[in-house]
Write a protein that binds this ligand. Structure first.
Ligand code: SAM
Length: 326
């Protein structure tokens, strides 16, 4: 039976050193194993946040024929608890390590339980793919590369394969819902749009909550784009170098049929997004930009004006790049 946490509180078992930088990858991989073994979901389904379970109780809900599963799981959970990803305690009437109980922290419950509505478990699994580690292992070579490679991922892997792309699409799809709900509270510009063309859309995931008449455009956005009165670029510019962005924006400018119409750009802006910027550096050779850098790209591509709408959510901004006359 799951226990309410009225036990002896021993969050950091004596003698263990938590959070050593040399263990960061080990912590990440222990979290990955816990996600894959459904541990956080099992904990969340067992009761309120303070509920704690033993490894035996958790392992009883994980299908396996391995007789050593409980002890291995116990050691993984204990490792996660000393690194502050789980709470832990011993029942008052026990000093036996195998009786140790584990529970979710508020942070783990909100980020790593899959029905909490966050994309983090998917992002986590994506970022712990072998291909990601192999790319990050090239960081030093990337800095020193005499040929100026685009990014460590390209050095290690070339292009993402279809499995990675699918995982990425799934992650983006889930984050879109939260992202759009918050954005629509601040930006009303979609209500006056007659047609909206989604360039670089991800399996149509940007269709969430915007407009029923959003068109997802196929084909290479760096070649040519069909005409549309409004174009959506959501989380596209940060994937690319300045040169590629200007080329894409010039294509968008040409695809806008008349003066007074616009490209709607959704981006996080630099300094709010140092972690995402690091991901762009390593995965695709793009970067997070400041407002003035984004405005500079718009003007370089021929747009006459830029309207800016901060959403107040993690540095996410809506920018309108306006076309005047030819
Ligand atoms: C960061 S994702 C953003 C996806 C989507 N806008 C969203 O926010 O969910 C970048 C997208 O650009 C697409 N993409 C990459 N190169 C492209 C190209 N040359 N032409 C069209 N789309 C491209 C990828 O397939 C991917 O779906």
């Amino acid at each position: 039976m799951a226990a309410e946490n009225n036990n002896q509180v021993t969050n950091l078992p004596e003698g263990l050193v938590a959070c050593s930088p040399a263990s960061f990858v080990a912590v990440q991989m222990a979290l990955k194993a816990a996600i894959e073994l459904n541990v956080f979901n099992i904990m969340a389904e067992s009761g309120p946040l303070a509920t704690q379970l033993s490894a035996l109780q958790i392992a009883s809900k994980i299908p396996t024929a391995n007789t050593k599963a409980v002890t291995s799981l116990h050691r993984i959970l204990r490792f996660l608890s000393v690194n502050s990803f789980l709470t832990t305690s011993l029942p008052l009437d026990s000093d036996r390590e195998e009786d140790r109980l584990f529970g979710l922290t508020a942070m783990t419950a909100s980020m790593l339980v899959s029905n909490a509505g966050t994309s983090m478990p998917f992002l986590f699994l994506l970022n712990t793919e072998k291909a990601e580690f192999e790319s990050l292992d090239k960081l030093k070579n990337f800095v020193l590369d005499p040929d100026g490679a685009t990014c460590p991922f390209e050095m290690a892997q070339g292009r993402p394969d279809s499995r990675l792309s699918k995982m990425f699409g799934q992650t983006m799809g889930i984050s879109n819902k939260m992202f759009f709900d918050k954005m629509m509270m601040v930006y009303g510009g979609f209500s006056e749009v007659e047609e909206l063309m989604d360039v670089g859309g991800n399996e149509g995931s940007t269709r969430f909550n915007i407009l029923s008449h959003l068109n997802h455009v196929a084909g290479d956005m760096f070649e040519t784009l069909p005409n549309s009165k409004t174009i959506l670029l959501k989380w596209i510019l940060h994937n690319w170098t300045d040169e590629k962005c200007v080329k894409l924006l010039q294509n968008c400018w040409r695809a806008l049929p008349q003066a007074g119409v616009k490209v709607i750009v959704l981006e996080m802006v630099a300094m709010y997004t140092v972690t995402l910027d690091f991901a762009m550096l390593t995965k695709c050779g793009g970067k997070e930009r400041t407002i003035s850098e984004l405005r500079g790209l718009a003007l370089a591509a021929g747009f006459s004006n830029v309207n800016i709408f901060p959403t107040g959510n993690n540095g996410i901004h809506v920018l309108e790049f306006l076309k005047s006359s030819e």
